[in-house]
Every structure is written in structure tokens, then in C-alpha cells.
Write a protein that binds this ligand. Structure first.
Ligand SMILES: [Zn+2]
Length: 68
């Protein structure tokens, strides 16, 4: 039974789950100083175009939280 509760040294640090309850399901080997495998770094380092879209939705949730 594998323990997914912590990122492993030398492995992809891709995290999934809710805040405070992350799991690290990806055990792909990465080089020293590299946090994510090629597949997940493509998701983490989002192109500026995509980032602008996700930031605007982030602002929406922030104002919603303040109003609540
Ligand atoms: Zn990965």
C-alpha cells in the first residue's frame, strides 16, 4: 500500500485534492531541481493567455467570498 500523502524526493510533485488534504499521485521520476514531470509541468506553467482567463475567474471567487 503506497503512501501518497507526501511528495517523494526525485519524483513529480504534482498534487491533487483539497487544501490541507493533498495527495501526490504522480510518481514519475524528475531530475534534481525539477518539480514536475513533462506532463504536469505543461499544466502548471499555463500560457499567459490561459492564465488571464483563470485569473479573472479567480477574482470572481474572491469578491464572492468578500461579499459573503
Ligand atoms: Zn507528474
Amino acid at each position: 500500500m503506497a503512501d501518497f500523502s507526501l511528495p517523494r524526493p526525485g519524483c513529480c510533485k504534482w498534487a491533487e485534492g483539497d487544501t490541507g488534504n493533498y495527495v501526490f499521485p504522480c510518481s514519475t521520476r524528475v531530475e534534481a531541481g525539477v518539480s514536475y514531470c513533462a506532463e504536469h509541468s505543461a499544466i502548471v506553467y499555463i500560457p499567459p493567455e490561459e492564465r488571464r482567463r483563470s485569473r479573472s475567474s479567480g477574482d470572481m471567487s474572491l469578491s464572492f467570498r468578500r461579499a459573503a
